[in-house]
Design a protein around this ligand. Structure first.
Ligand SMILES: CC(C)(COP(=O)(O)OP(=O)(O)OC[C@H]1O[C@@H](n2cnc3c(N)ncnc32)[C@H](O)[C@@H]1OP(=O)(O)O)[C@@H](O)C(=O)NCCC(=O)NCCS
Length: 238
Protein backbone atom coordinates (compact mmCIF):
# COMPACT_ATOMS: atom_id res chain seq x y z
CA UNK A 1 0.00 0.00 0.00
CA UNK A 2 2.84 2.37 0.88
CA UNK A 3 5.04 1.09 -1.95
CA UNK A 4 5.63 4.57 -3.33
CA UNK A 5 6.47 6.10 0.03
CA UNK A 6 10.02 6.49 1.33
CA UNK A 7 11.02 4.41 4.33
CA UNK A 8 12.51 6.18 7.37
CA UNK A 9 15.94 4.90 6.43
CA UNK A 10 15.58 6.28 2.87
CA UNK A 11 14.40 9.64 4.20
CA UNK A 12 17.41 9.75 6.54
CA UNK A 13 19.77 8.95 3.64
CA UNK A 14 18.19 11.65 1.45
CA UNK A 15 18.43 14.19 4.29
CA UNK A 16 22.08 13.22 4.94
CA UNK A 17 22.87 13.68 1.25
CA UNK A 18 21.32 17.15 1.07
CA UNK A 19 22.16 18.18 4.63
CA UNK A 20 25.35 20.13 3.70
CA UNK A 21 23.26 22.25 1.29
CA UNK A 22 20.36 22.66 3.70
CA UNK A 23 22.29 23.53 6.84
CA UNK A 24 23.70 26.90 5.77
CA UNK A 25 20.17 28.07 4.89
CA UNK A 26 18.91 26.92 8.27
CA UNK A 27 21.76 28.71 10.00
CA UNK A 28 21.08 31.89 8.03
CA UNK A 29 17.49 31.86 9.23
CA UNK A 30 18.60 32.00 12.86
CA UNK A 31 18.16 35.48 14.33
CA UNK A 32 21.40 37.39 14.71
CA UNK A 33 22.92 36.89 18.15
CA UNK A 34 22.32 40.06 20.15
CA UNK A 35 25.63 41.74 20.86
CA UNK A 36 25.58 44.16 23.75
CA UNK A 37 28.01 47.02 23.89
CA UNK A 38 26.12 48.74 26.70
CA UNK A 39 28.80 48.03 29.32
CA UNK A 40 31.09 50.91 28.25
CA UNK A 41 28.08 53.26 28.53
CA UNK A 42 27.52 52.10 32.12
CA UNK A 43 31.14 52.73 33.11
CA UNK A 44 30.72 56.35 34.13
CA UNK A 45 30.11 56.46 37.88
CA UNK A 46 32.51 55.27 40.59
CA UNK A 47 31.61 51.79 41.78
CA UNK A 48 31.12 51.17 45.49
CA UNK A 49 29.47 47.98 46.75
CA UNK A 50 28.70 47.68 50.46
CA UNK A 51 28.55 43.88 50.66
CA UNK A 52 27.66 43.64 54.36
CA UNK A 53 28.43 45.58 57.54
CA UNK A 54 32.15 44.61 57.35
CA UNK A 55 33.11 44.30 53.69
CA UNK A 56 33.07 46.95 50.97
CA UNK A 57 34.36 46.70 47.39
CA UNK A 58 35.21 50.11 45.98
CA UNK A 59 36.88 51.15 42.78
CA UNK A 60 40.53 52.10 43.34
CA UNK A 61 41.50 55.75 42.84
CA UNK A 62 44.94 57.44 42.74
CA UNK A 63 44.75 58.23 46.47
CA UNK A 64 44.76 54.47 47.18
CA UNK A 65 48.19 54.02 45.53
CA UNK A 66 50.25 54.53 48.69
CA UNK A 67 48.24 52.27 51.08
CA UNK A 68 47.85 49.63 48.37
CA UNK A 69 51.58 49.60 47.69
CA UNK A 70 52.25 49.25 51.44
CA UNK A 71 50.03 46.15 51.45
CA UNK A 72 51.88 44.69 48.45
CA UNK A 73 55.20 45.40 50.18
CA UNK A 74 54.04 43.72 53.41
CA UNK A 75 52.80 40.65 51.50
CA UNK A 76 55.52 40.43 48.85
CA UNK A 77 56.56 36.80 49.29
CA UNK A 78 53.00 35.61 50.06
CA UNK A 79 51.50 37.20 46.94
CA UNK A 80 54.56 36.64 44.73
CA UNK A 81 54.08 32.91 44.99
CA UNK A 82 50.99 33.09 42.75
CA UNK A 83 50.98 36.53 41.15
CA UNK A 84 53.80 37.42 38.73
CA UNK A 85 53.07 41.20 38.71
CA UNK A 86 54.26 41.49 42.34
CA UNK A 87 57.95 41.28 41.36
CA UNK A 88 57.45 44.17 38.90
CA UNK A 89 55.77 46.37 41.54
CA UNK A 90 58.70 48.20 43.13
CA UNK A 91 57.22 51.50 44.30
CA UNK A 92 53.99 53.38 44.98
CA UNK A 93 54.49 54.98 41.54
CA UNK A 94 54.13 51.53 39.92
CA UNK A 95 50.93 50.99 41.92
CA UNK A 96 49.71 54.47 40.91
CA UNK A 97 50.41 53.66 37.25
CA UNK A 98 48.47 50.43 37.60
CA UNK A 99 45.47 52.30 39.07
CA UNK A 100 45.61 54.87 36.26
CA UNK A 101 45.78 52.16 33.55
CA UNK A 102 42.85 50.32 35.12
CA UNK A 103 40.83 53.56 35.42
CA UNK A 104 41.36 54.14 31.67
CA UNK A 105 40.31 50.55 30.96
CA UNK A 106 37.19 51.05 33.14
CA UNK A 107 36.15 54.09 31.09
CA UNK A 108 36.43 51.86 27.98
CA UNK A 109 34.29 49.21 29.74
CA UNK A 110 37.18 46.71 29.81
CA UNK A 111 37.92 46.20 33.53
CA UNK A 112 37.08 47.19 37.10
CA UNK A 113 39.93 47.42 39.61
CA UNK A 114 38.33 47.24 43.04
CA UNK A 115 39.85 47.47 46.48
CA UNK A 116 38.46 45.52 49.43
CA UNK A 117 37.82 47.49 52.62
CA UNK A 118 37.32 45.45 55.80
CA UNK A 119 35.88 47.49 58.67
CA UNK A 120 37.07 50.61 56.84
CA UNK A 121 40.68 49.37 56.23
CA UNK A 122 42.00 48.63 52.74
CA UNK A 123 43.01 44.94 52.91
CA UNK A 124 43.24 43.63 49.34
CA UNK A 125 41.75 43.78 45.89
CA UNK A 126 38.89 42.18 44.03
CA UNK A 127 38.02 43.18 40.49
CA UNK A 128 37.09 42.25 36.97
CA UNK A 129 40.52 41.79 35.37
CA UNK A 130 38.95 41.86 31.94
CA UNK A 131 35.46 42.48 30.62
CA UNK A 132 34.42 41.37 27.14
CA UNK A 133 31.36 43.51 26.43
CA UNK A 134 30.68 41.84 23.06
CA UNK A 135 30.29 38.41 24.57
CA UNK A 136 29.22 39.59 28.06
CA UNK A 137 31.98 37.71 29.85
CA UNK A 138 34.29 38.69 32.64
CA UNK A 139 37.12 37.29 34.76
CA UNK A 140 37.40 37.99 38.48
CA UNK A 141 40.72 38.30 40.30
CA UNK A 142 41.58 38.89 43.99
CA UNK A 143 44.17 38.93 46.74
CA UNK A 144 44.16 39.63 50.47
CA UNK A 145 46.45 40.80 53.25
CA UNK A 146 47.74 37.45 54.58
CA UNK A 147 46.87 37.92 58.31
CA UNK A 148 43.20 38.50 57.40
CA UNK A 149 42.79 35.12 55.69
CA UNK A 150 40.14 32.76 56.99
CA UNK A 151 37.36 35.31 57.62
CA UNK A 152 35.52 34.98 54.31
CA UNK A 153 36.45 38.53 53.33
CA UNK A 154 37.34 37.67 49.71
CA UNK A 155 34.46 35.24 49.22
CA UNK A 156 32.06 37.95 50.37
CA UNK A 157 33.76 40.64 48.27
CA UNK A 158 33.64 38.41 45.17
CA UNK A 159 29.98 37.60 45.79
CA UNK A 160 29.19 41.32 45.92
CA UNK A 161 31.07 42.00 42.69
CA UNK A 162 29.57 38.97 40.93
CA UNK A 163 26.04 40.11 41.88
CA UNK A 164 26.89 43.55 40.53
CA UNK A 165 28.21 42.07 37.24
CA UNK A 166 25.14 39.93 36.64
CA UNK A 167 22.63 42.57 37.77
CA UNK A 168 24.07 45.78 36.37
CA UNK A 169 26.22 44.70 33.42
CA UNK A 170 23.93 41.77 32.49
CA UNK A 171 27.00 39.55 32.26
CA UNK A 172 26.40 35.99 31.01
CA UNK A 173 29.49 34.34 32.45
CA UNK A 174 32.13 34.97 35.10
CA UNK A 175 35.44 33.14 35.06
CA UNK A 176 38.05 32.45 37.73
CA UNK A 177 41.48 31.32 36.57
CA UNK A 178 43.80 29.92 39.19
CA UNK A 179 47.01 27.92 39.16
CA UNK A 180 46.79 24.29 40.15
CA UNK A 181 47.99 24.01 43.74
CA UNK A 182 46.58 27.38 44.82
CA UNK A 183 44.11 25.63 47.08
CA UNK A 184 42.80 28.73 48.87
CA UNK A 185 41.94 30.40 45.59
CA UNK A 186 40.40 27.21 44.26
CA UNK A 187 38.27 26.99 47.46
CA UNK A 188 36.87 30.47 46.75
CA UNK A 189 35.70 29.40 43.26
CA UNK A 190 34.09 26.28 44.69
CA UNK A 191 32.52 28.13 47.65
CA UNK A 192 30.92 30.57 45.20
CA UNK A 193 29.42 27.73 43.15
CA UNK A 194 31.74 27.95 40.13
CA UNK A 195 32.25 24.78 38.06
CA UNK A 196 35.66 23.52 37.03
CA UNK A 197 35.45 23.63 33.23
CA UNK A 198 38.93 22.72 32.15
CA UNK A 199 42.65 22.70 32.70
CA UNK A 200 45.17 24.52 30.52
CA UNK A 201 48.27 22.39 30.85
CA UNK A 202 51.63 24.12 31.50
CA UNK A 203 49.89 27.43 30.85
CA UNK A 204 51.87 29.66 33.26
CA UNK A 205 55.45 29.70 34.42
CA UNK A 206 55.62 30.43 38.14
CA UNK A 207 58.25 32.58 39.93
CA UNK A 208 60.32 29.42 40.47
CA UNK A 209 60.50 28.82 36.69
CA UNK A 210 58.24 25.76 36.87
CA UNK A 211 55.32 25.64 34.39
CA UNK A 212 51.96 25.13 36.11
CA UNK A 213 48.54 24.02 34.95
CA UNK A 214 45.84 26.69 34.96
CA UNK A 215 42.36 25.76 36.24
CA UNK A 216 39.43 27.47 34.55
CA UNK A 217 36.27 27.85 36.64
CA UNK A 218 33.03 29.31 35.28
CA UNK A 219 29.72 30.56 36.68
CA UNK A 220 26.83 31.16 34.28
CA UNK A 221 24.05 33.68 34.68
CA UNK A 222 21.39 30.96 35.01
CA UNK A 223 23.43 29.18 37.74
CA UNK A 224 23.77 32.45 39.64
CA UNK A 225 19.99 33.00 39.38
CA UNK A 226 19.39 29.56 40.92
CA UNK A 227 21.76 30.50 43.78
CA UNK A 228 19.80 33.71 44.40
CA UNK A 229 16.51 31.83 44.28
CA UNK A 230 17.80 29.18 46.75
CA UNK A 231 19.09 31.85 49.15
CA UNK A 232 15.73 33.65 49.06
CA UNK A 233 13.95 30.34 49.74
CA UNK A 234 16.27 29.59 52.69
CA UNK A 235 15.78 33.09 54.11
CA UNK A 236 12.00 32.72 53.92
CA UNK A 237 12.15 29.37 55.80
CA UNK A 238 14.42 30.60 58.64
C1 LIG B 1 43.33 33.37 47.67
C2 LIG B 1 43.06 34.18 48.94
C3 LIG B 1 42.42 35.50 48.58
C4 LIG B 1 42.14 33.34 49.83
O1 LIG B 1 41.94 33.99 51.09
P1 LIG B 1 40.93 33.32 52.15
O2 LIG B 1 40.99 34.08 53.40
O3 LIG B 1 41.20 31.84 52.20
O4 LIG B 1 39.53 33.47 51.44
P2 LIG B 1 38.23 34.06 52.07
O5 LIG B 1 38.45 35.48 52.47
O6 LIG B 1 37.12 33.81 51.16
O7 LIG B 1 38.04 33.20 53.42
C5 LIG B 1 37.66 31.84 53.38
C6 LIG B 1 37.81 31.27 54.76
O8 LIG B 1 37.03 32.03 55.67
C7 LIG B 1 36.01 31.19 56.27
N1 LIG B 1 34.83 32.04 56.42
C8 LIG B 1 34.51 32.66 57.58
N2 LIG B 1 33.41 33.40 57.39
C9 LIG B 1 33.03 33.26 56.10
C10 LIG B 1 31.99 33.80 55.31
N3 LIG B 1 31.08 34.63 55.84
N4 LIG B 1 31.92 33.45 54.01
C11 LIG B 1 32.81 32.63 53.47
N5 LIG B 1 33.85 32.09 54.15
C12 LIG B 1 33.94 32.39 55.48
C13 LIG B 1 35.87 30.04 55.31
O9 LIG B 1 35.36 28.89 55.96
C14 LIG B 1 37.32 29.84 54.90
O10 LIG B 1 37.98 29.24 55.99
P3 LIG B 1 39.29 28.31 55.86
O11 LIG B 1 40.42 29.27 55.70
O12 LIG B 1 39.35 27.60 57.16
O13 LIG B 1 39.07 27.42 54.68
C15 LIG B 1 44.38 34.45 49.71
O14 LIG B 1 44.94 33.24 50.12
C16 LIG B 1 45.39 35.20 48.88
O15 LIG B 1 45.37 36.42 48.79
N6 LIG B 1 46.34 34.45 48.24
C17 LIG B 1 47.42 35.04 47.47
C18 LIG B 1 46.94 35.69 46.20
C19 LIG B 1 46.20 34.72 45.31
O16 LIG B 1 46.54 33.56 45.21
N7 LIG B 1 45.16 35.23 44.63
C20 LIG B 1 44.35 34.42 43.74
C21 LIG B 1 45.01 34.29 42.42
S1 LIG B 1 44.03 33.24 41.35
Amino acid sequence: MFGNWFSCRELFEIFSLYQPFLTPKLINRQPAKPISNSIPHLCKAMISIQVDNEVEVRQLTPKDAQPLYKLVEANRSFLGEWMPWVAETKSAVDTGNFIQRETDRYIEGKAIAGGIWYNGELCGTCGFNRIDSNHLQTEIGYWLNEPLQGRGIVSRACQGLINFGFQTFKILRVEIRCLEGNFRSQAIAERLGFKLEGVLRNAEIRHDGIPHNLLIFGLLREEWRVQIWRRTEEDSIT
